[in-house]
Design a protein around this ligand. Structure first.
Ligand SMILES: [Zn+2]
Length: 339
């Protein structure tokens, strides 16, 4: 079978590899769709210092199961959780499964292939059955789970004014969820070059768009003066601005990565203090909420299909991911489709 590997800066290889035997508690999944995550782009750009498999937003069909597997059987359609909790840990036993991500997973195990491949071998725990969605819609359940974690972390309440900073796929889905959860007004912030993302934000119900290369967030006239909730799906250097524009009692929920020096930030603690703000981290590991996310997509409350702007085949992955990166105006989400 074939599997894709990457190495920084922006090198990709599709290799012929042998499929090993599955262990008694493992599942062989035929990958039908796998989407490109922002994290894959960071790995490809600078973070992957050795050749490694990648792809963790996966939908497929169960091909074979080990003798101990009870939760799925051959022929089942599944989406794969990108991380699980260890049910034996103290945090899990104390009811906080969200604080443990040491359960079985498929990340870089012996450099086994991941989602950008014909097949993937996974622990049975990560398989979540679905029906009624196409594979390309279903592979976006994983990032939708990330968006769900973000809006739940922000604790959005009826009539809140919400700002989403960064209108990538997760920001867009979070924006749609914020509306569905009763936000009064939802603002989206993005660079003006990202035309497709801005258009999608409007379709998903954004009331106003702020192009942060044209106006500073601090200079924007928000109807309530500021925001009750701010969802940051952008690098950490965005956090100081978010703190400056939050309303009293505001909650800022953050997910974003910068492995460089900009991973450290400073902000005005007096503003933070007197406005009684909360800065909360959202980190969707373990991956939770998949059944809820599947229901929401099936019900049309959040759509994943409109986010897919680029489709490609495994053999074209190098060229496809490079042209997706370069399409800053038109790109939202790229998905590999296997036949
Ligand atoms: Zn991802």
């Amino acid at each position: 079978m074939r599997a894709a590997y990457l190495k920084a800066p922006f090198q990709f290889e599709v290799r012929e590899v042998n499929l090993r035997e599955i262990k008694p508690d493992e599942v062989l999944v035929k990958v039908m769709a796998c989407s490109v995550c922002g994290h894959d782009m960071i790995l490809a750009s600078y973070a992957a210092d050795y050749w490694q498999p990648f792809g963790h937003e996966i939908a497929g069909v169960v091909e074979k199961v080990g003798p101990l597997v009870k939760n799925v059987q051959p022929g089942d359609k599944v989406v794969l959780e990108s991380g699980t909790f260890d049910r034996y840990s103290d945090n899990s036993r104390n009811g906080r499964v969200d604080l443990d991500n040491n359960g079985p997973n498929f990340w870089l195990k012996d450099n086994d292939p991941m989602g950008f491949a014909d097949y993937i071998i996974v622990p049975n725990e990560v398989c979540v059955k679905f029906d009624g969605l196409s594979f390309e819609e279903a592979c976006l359940i994983e990032p939708l789970g990330v968006a769900m974690d973000l809006v739940l972390t922000a604790d959005i309440k009826l009539n809140d004014d919400v700002l989403v900073i960064g209108l990538g796929p997760i920001g867009l889905m979070a924006l749609k969820l914020a509306k569905a959860m009763g936000a009064r007004k939802v603002y989206g912030a993005e660079l003006s070059v990202a035309k497709a993302r801005i258009e999608m934000a409007k379709k998903f119900g954004a009331d106003e768009i702020i192009c942060t290369d044209l106006i500073k967030l601090e200079d924007y006239k928000f109807e309530k003066g500021g925001l009750d909730r701010i969802l940051v799906t952008a690098p950490p250097k965005t956090i100081p601005s978010a703190i400056n524009i939050a309303n009293k009692g505001g909650i800022i929920a953050f997910l974003g990565i910068d492995y460089g020096p900009e991973g450290s930030i400073t902000f005005d603690s007096n503003v933070f203090h007197v406005n009684k703000l909360q800065l909360r981290s959202s980190f969707a590991s373990p991956a939770l909420y998949f059944p809820k996310c599947i229901d929401l997509v099936k019900a049309g409350i959040v759509e994943t299909k409109p986010l897919i702007t680029h489709r490609f085949k495994l053999e074209d992955i190098a060229q496809a991911i490079t042209s997706f990166r370069d399409d800053r105006a038109g790109g939202i989400k790229a998905v590999m489709i296997n036949s």
